[in-house]
Design a protein around this ligand. Structure first.
Ligand SMILES: [Zn+2]
Length: 329
């Protein structure tokens, strides 16, 4: 296959630093006439202390990070342009970064900033991959079985009861990965009426990920079945559909919409049939329909996918054309 052609100059003319920063939800504050600073969003950044090392000039369309960790990771380079930034964020080559930006422009996935509109935005960051995994998880715990999961399903997702130390002790833990398949958090489900029902690490941004998205991408199916929760995902998977991901709530965030639009051609919304789920379905439909095909599964009022048996799930999804594998995703 011939290499895809990319016009660096034209992409660079159309994509500003401000556009890519807002695309990655990087929030900075103004420290000078044309200088914005904040916490470094790059995955290469490993220094926890530097809150102010990342700096951007919108006039020059350039950025830099003064932290030793980033400089070392980039073989001594301190900053760069939009392509360097995207390449570092996506861990890809400069050429691939330019291609991705070009595609995002074509597919209208980038919100182009209005010239002269240089408002600083409050700071947020991406979820960093965890440096540990929990051990001795009981996949056969009675709570897991009581929710209708087979041991095989629990093992596949790494779900089970955790009896170790820390804030997840005595809960059923659910590993959460980003779209690249990197483990970014564990959620802990109470096994009784204890509040909160779910525990997540402080600072974890669930609006930046979709649960199980990496496996749905790997399924190479062009359609994503979108549900609300972890247990909905497990049951849909157990019914034979690997192309399923969860919002971890009923509201689709902008970042989640982007993730879906980047990896899929169609979405089947299968949220809970309660007030929150219906509102979430309407909002998600509005956000997603400009970027991909959207279909909606009508569940009986008051029901949710995790309560359904495999046969019922397959009956509901039977009418949708969604298991077609695509050649080159
Ligand atoms: Zn940095």
């Amino acid at each position: 296959m011939p290499a895809e052609w990319v016009d660096f100059k034209s992409v660079k003319a159309r994509v500003s630093m401000e556009t890519v920063l807002s695309h990655y939800d990087v929030r900075l504050r103004r420290v000078g006439v044309d200088e914005f600073r904040g916490k470094c969003p790059l995955p290469t950044h490993s220094s926890a202390r530097s809150n102010d090392s990342f700096s951007v000039s919108f006039a020059r369309n350039a950025w830099s990070c003064q932290s030793a960790s980033c400089i070392a990771a980039r073989s001594g380079r301190v900053g760069g342009n939009v392509f360097d930034f995207v390449a570092e964020m996506e861990r890809c080559s400069i050429r691939e970064a330019a291609l991705r930006l070009d595609r995002s422009l074509t597919e209208n996935l980038l919100t182009l900033a209005t010239p002269g509109d240089k408002k600083p935005v409050p700071y947020t960051s991406e979820n960093r991959p965890l440096s540990f995994t929990l051990r001795n998880i009981d996949h056969q715990h009675s709570y897991v079985i009581s929710r209708g999961l087979s041991v095989e399903t629990a093992r596949y997702f790494g779900v089970g009861y955790y009896d170790g130390n820390g804030f997840l002790r005595g809960r059923v833990v659910i590993p959460i990965h980003n779209e690249h398949g990197e483990l970014v958090a564990y959620s802990g489900r109470a096994i009784d009426q204890t509040e909160p029902k779910y525990r997540l690490p402080a600072g974890f941004r669930k609006s930046h990920v979709l649960f199980n998205l990496h496996r749905a991408i790997q399924s190479r199916v062009g359609t994503l079945i979108l549900v609300e929760g972890f247990f909905d995902t497990f049951k849909i998977h157990q019914a034979g559909h690997r192309n399923v991901a969860a919002l971890m709530g009923s509201k689709l965030s902008d970042r989640q919409a982007e993730l879906i639009g980047t990896h899929f051609d169609q979405a089947i919304l299968m949220l809970d049939a309660d007030e929150a789920g219906k509102a979430g379905t309407a909002a998600a439909g509005t956000a997603l329909s400009p970027i991909l095909g959207v279909q909606i599964v009508e569940l009986a009022s008051g029901t949710q996918p995790d309560q359904l048996a495999s046969e019922e799930i397959n009956q509901l999804l039977g009418g949708f054309d969604h298991d077609v594998q695509t050649a080159d995703r």
